[in-house]
Ligand binder design. Structure first.
Ligand code: PGA
Length: 256
């Protein structure tokens, strides 16, 4: 049986846009992607804008995600946000294990795994990020790194949980640098991730899990990436901050 996976284009806004800027953006985005079918569109604003952006997007089909989470529901954890709070703020996705969190905030595979389990327990969908650094690619250990991160992130999940995940392959050297992985390189690693999922959970789960590419995705390179058999969308940073470029990527994924 051939399973058709719906592409998912998610905008990771990082630490950009105030509430008023976020609202102006999504009101324009609604119009720009109104006619697009068969592509899931998600925006991931900073925490402060989540609630109002979710309200503004209610009923549009555009989803809302957070960029991070802590793994318990409540407690004395100054500065942290729980899955329960994100859910109530209107989120359905949470980016987990982004390379900037791994690089600047000490996020390790074990945290990624705890966060994934915590958000799944609340019915939210994790977007689990994996990716190698440039020196790892140059020393030929890309697959080893990706295997370690993927297996650690998925540890203890059952097949149904794994099937519903979104995984984002983001080579660290391609993030915010303007250097995109070639279509073939991105496909090669993403095909490898799907094989890892297949080895862990079987071919059916591997055929369902959606795997995005991320790292300097733009309207100009999106169509080539999306045409690869295992690439099911994109996690977009810089180009997601502008309505024309973000909607251009959505259109490329829709083939229009
Ligand atoms: P970029 O960021 O598109 O600006 O390279 C991608 C990301 O960090 O998710």
């Amino acid at each position: 049986m051939i399973i058709k996976r719906k592409p998912i284009i998610a905008g990771n806004w990082k630490m950009y846009k105030t509430v008023s800027q976020a609202l102006a953006f999504v009101n324009e985005l609604k119009r720009a992607v109104d006619e697009i079918k068969d592509v899931e569109v998600v925006v991931c604003p900073p925490f402060t804008a989540l609630f109002q952006v979710s309200e503004a997007l209610r009923g549009t089909g555009i989803g809302v995600g957070a960029q991070n989470v802590y793994w318990v529901d409540e407690g004395a954890f100054t500065g942290e946000i729980s899955p329960l709070m994100l859910k109530e703020a209107g989120c359905s996705y949470v980016i987990i294990g982004h390379s900037e969190r791994r690089q600047y905030f000490g996020e390790v595979d074990d945290y990624v795994n705890r966060k994934i389990k915590a958000v799944l327990a609340h019915g939210l969908t994790p977007i689990m990020c994996v990716g190698e650094r440039i020196e790892e690619r140059e020393s030929g250990i890309t697959e080893k790194i990706i295997k370690t991160q993927t297996e650690a992130g998925l540890a203890g999940l059952v097949a149904d949980q794994a099937a519903g995940l979104v995984i984002a392959y983001e080579p660290v050297w391609a993030i915010g640098t303007g250097k995109t992985a070639s279509d073939a390189d991105a496909q090669q690693v993403i095909g490898f991730i799907r094989k890892l999922v297949s080895d862990l959970y079987g071919a059916d789960v591997a055929a369902k899990v959606r795997i995005q590419y991320g790292g300097s995705v733009k309207p100009q390179n999106a169509a080539g990436l999306m045409a690869q058999p295992d690439i099911d969308g994109a996690l977009v940073g810089g180009a997601s901050l502008d309505v024309d470029s973000f909607s251009g990527i959505v259109k490329a994924a829709a083939g229009v």
